[in-house]
Design a protein around this ligand. Structure first.
Ligand code: NDP
Length: 285
């Protein structure tokens, strides 16, 4: 069903979102601080609003995708929001999302916060996911329209939950990147072909190892960190072996040394029989 939807912010991501809504047949009103960025969307049928207030007045659902939360507040300052659903897809911290929600609700709006797990080129395509948190009724009412952007996944009433899970997913990603960069340094030291290493060996290995992660979640939920996979003592010895091998090859293990130290700390507490999941508790100390 075609809806009126407004998009504030036509940077790389906002333009991709507005384009996806047009492609899905919605009536799209757009606003951007630099109006010329709206030209390609207007050529495809979007209406250009002269002000943020005009854009907000045009649609029950208002999507904001600006640089940061400060710019969202600046743009919406003094704009009547009563009766609107503000879906803020700008990246930020959970505390900022909660503050924005309180502010929007005070203005008479319903609030959804969103975490976009995609780059602009992935919007409306396979693998794109957007996490939403905030008012369930507002999500349910607009879920179908939001599905034009990416798979919409509602993760809870706390508006801070979508940005928190967004950050958690980025954290997992950076951890994987760090391991791959260390691995490439070691492989380069031996002059093995790097593309062959990443494509044929590393990527399938990382995919296989990723299947261990749900067991860590179960161990944490059960409070039982015993393992039949590989315990911390084995991993401590493994890390020592890694550090020595790296040194012998003339490369540094800098990016993984904090993990080695964490394992050693837990083993020193007499918990060497536990699995890796127990390391999470060390981070909470
Ligand atoms: P761009 O830099 O391409 O666009 C930034 C947008 O914010 C532009 O519309 C810009 O307006 C606007 N803007 C900046 N400051 C202000 C201000 N003070 N007042 C009004 N408008 C302002 O960034 P993206 O589109 O890539 O990113 C937008 C959001 O989407 C960010 O929060 C980003 O983290 C998030 N995101 C982006 C992803 C990506 O891969 N690009 C992935 C996931 C999330 P103007 O055109 O006038 O400069």
């Amino acid at each position: 069903m075609s809806e009126n939807i407004s998009v504030l912010g036509l940077g790389l991501m906002g333009s991709a979102l507005a384009g996806a809504l047009l492609a899905a047949g919605h009536r799209v009103t757009v606003w951007n601080r630099t109006p010329a960025k709206a030209d390609p969307l207007v050529a495809r049928g979007a209406t250009l609003a002269a002000t943020p207030a005009e854009a907000v007045a045009a649609s029950p659902l208002v999507i904001a995708c600006l640089l940061d939360y400060a710019s969202v507040r600046e743009v919406l300052d003094g704009v009547p929001l009563r009766g609107r659903v503000l879906a803020n897809l700008t990246t930020g911290r959970p505390s900022e999302a909660r503050e924005s929600a309180s502010w929007a609700i005070e203005q008479g709006a319903e609030y959804l916060d969103g975490g976009i797990m995609a780059v602009p080129q992935m919007i409306a395509g396979p693998g794109a996911l957007i996490l939403y948190s905030g008012e369930r009724a507002a999500f349910d009412r607009h879920e179908q329209a939001l599905a034009a952007l990416a798979e919409p996944r509602y993760v809870g009433e706390d508006p801070g939950m979508a940005p928190l899970l967004d950050l958690a997913m980025l954290t997992g990603m950076y951890g994987q990147f760090v391991g791959a960069l260390e691995a490439l340094a070691l492989v380069r030291s031996a002059k093995f072909p790097l593309t062959e290493f990443t494509t044929d060996l590393l990527v399938p290995w990382l995919n296989a190892m990723a299947t261990l992660q749900p067991a860590w979640a179960q161990a944490l939920e059960a409070g039982d960190h015993r393992t039949e996979v590989s315990n911390l003592e084995v991993n401590r010895a493994g890390m020592e072996n890694l550090e020595r091998a790296f040194t012998e090859q003339g490369v540094r293990l800098d990016l993984l040394l904090p993990v080695k130290a964490l394992i050693e700390r837990r083993v020193a507490k007499g918990l060497g029989h536990e699995g890796l999941s127990g390391l999470v508790l060390e981070l909470e100390d």
